[in-house]
Design a protein around this ligand. Structure first.
Ligand SMILES: [Zn+2]
Length: 91
């Protein structure tokens, strides 16, 4: 992050700078708004540090192994269908 960030009007002047707002909650008046301002990763609006902070890793799906022919005692059809859909999206 650039020290103390950059102002709203610097976002257009300083090409390829990270646009992550540095405030929490309600935006301050435009003259007081500060943005990260660090160089961005190519193809991203964020610098590497902000990208890591703003994005979540993909969800981890854990399926219990069931012996062939055995039924899971608490098998829930809705959960099973959801897991099948998620696996289909990940394939
Ligand atoms: Zn940043």
């Amino acid at each position: 992050m650039a020290e103390n960030g950059i102002g709203f009007f610097d976002l257009d002047r300083l090409f390829l700078r990270c646009r992550r707002p540095l405030w929490d909650g309600r935006a301050p008046p435009v003259d007081d708004q500060r943005y990260c301002g660090a160089p961005t990763t190519p193809g991203s609006s964020w610098c590497p540090a902000c990208a890591a902070r703003l994005t979540l890793p993909p969800p981890v799906v854990v399926r219990r192994k069931v012996a062939p022919g055995a039924e899971a005692r608490d098998k829930n059809p809705l959960v099973e269908r959801t897991l099948d859909l998620v696996e289909g999206l990940a394939a």
